[in-house]
Design a protein around this ligand. Structure first.
Ligand code: UDP
Length: 373
């Protein structure tokens, strides 16, 4: 049988597009080269804990449409992300807020904190921030930049902060209030039962072929459908003809520990340059919220994250949106425009540092454009 759509990649973009297309009466086949669905939001049960296998994912959005949409497929808990920064054993609250400023400078009021930031910004002579370093100093001052941003960012991106775009640091809020919520989002939570279950519910009743590598068998797979929705890396689709785009990859060292509570929080960021990992995730805290007894689970699962430059054979996680790669992506995007039967979507297909809600919104919009008349 010939399908209307072949969806390449069973992650969030692919699953949402497939669901919407099927609901609109189209036939869809989903394929994925991995042995399971979920893309990088995939979760696995280890010791009764839903482990985020390809990195921590905290769902947050300001879009009611997206929040309502995901709630059709999962019930969300009330998890609020409040990571802790560990700089050589000194702990600071994130995102940058009055608790952080108090610990860093001893300031007590918002006015004192604002004055301190202003003093450091002036001393650095920054008027219009041109890169991540200048942007960070102008937002939070030199001390916080040096202790909580510089080391983490250079480990995470493998590049000096002066060569990275300013927008990356603007993902983090700066607040003159005592609010440790990492996100400025109306809606936030973790799907109870894990992300994989949520994605599988999206894919219910839709044929999925796993362990199927699209690019390795492109011609035969293309013949199965009128149109293709491709969510893999855009440069890989074109055989890297214009050169390889840069991605950051992550290696996870996951351990089961015989203790109910390793670090007392879901995320601890190691912001000094010397600690080789960027952060440690303790997965149980995504689910059991504020239960400091670990919900009587005697064990815990932690993942240390090590960031590295992507090379063939690695999993790509983050697009490196510096000027050079943005220009290279533009040449691929022009090639993609000529592929009239292929839609490129998602973090890898559009080479964009998308959050989950943005991926879902973009898949919903594309589905609306394509299949809803
Ligand atoms: N960042 C930082 N220190 C931190 C956390 C984040 O300097 O403790 C910077 C870093 O450059 C990072 C960016 O802020 O890449 C965005 O952080 P976010 O937590 O959004 O990254 P993600 O969770 O997507 O890896």
């Amino acid at each position: 049988m010939k399908y209307d759509y072949l969806v390449v990649g069973a992650g969030l973009y692919g699953a949402v597009f497939a669901r919407e297309a099927v609901n609109a009466g189209k036939s869809v086949l989903v394929i994925d080269k991995r042995p399971q669905t979920g893309g990088n939001v995939c979760t696995k049960d280890i010791e009764g804990i839903h482990v985020h296998v390809y990195g921590a994912h905290i769902f947050h959005t300001n879009e009611k449409k997206v929040w309502d949409y995901v709630n059709r497929f999962a019930e969300f808990n009330r998890f609020t992300n409040s990571p802790v920064a560990n700089y050589h054993g000194e702990l600071y609250s994130l995102p940058f807020n009055m608790y952080t400023f108090n610990k860093m400078w001893g300031v007590v009021t918002p006015d004192e904190a604002a004055a301190k930031i202003e003093e450091q910004r002036r001393a650095a002579h920054i008027t219009e921030p041109k890169n991540l370093e200048e942007q960070a100093i102008s937002l939070v001052g030199t001390d916080i930049y040096e202790k909580l941003i510089k080391g983490y960012t250079e480990k995470q991106w493998g590049r000096p902060c002066t060569e990275l775009p300013a927008f990356i640091i603007r993902r983090l809020p700066v607040r003159l209030t005592f609010d440790n919520n990492y996100f400025n989002a109306l809606y936030q939570g973790i799907p109870m039962g894990g992300y994989s279950r949520m994605v599988d519910r999206m894919l219910e009743g839709i044929p999925v072929r796993l362990n199927t590598d699209y690019l390795a068998d492109k011609e035969a797979l293309d013949a199965l459908a009128d149109k293709v929705v491709y969510t893999g890396p855009i440069d890989a689709y074109f055989g890297y003809s214009e050169g390889a785009l840069a991605y950051r990859s992550v290696r996870f060292e996951t351990e089961v520990l015989d203790t109910p509570n390793f670090q007392g929080n879901a995320a601890v960021n190691y912001t000094d340059r010397e600690t080789p990992w960027t952060r440690i995730i303790e997965h149980k805290w995504f689910e059991f919220g504020k239960d400091d007894q670990g919900n009587d689970l005697p064990k815990t699962v932690i993942s240390r994250e090590y960031s590295s430059e992507w090379k063939p054979g690695d999993e790509p996680y983050y697009p490196v949106n510096d000027a050079q790669n943005a220009a290279l992506y533009e040449t691929y995007r022009k090639l993609a425009e000529k592929e009239t039967k292929v839609i490129f979507g998602g973090r890898l297909g559009e080479y964009k540092y998308y959050d989950m809600d943005q991926v879902i919104l973009s898949a919903l919009n594309m589905a609306e454009k394509e299949v809803v008349n």
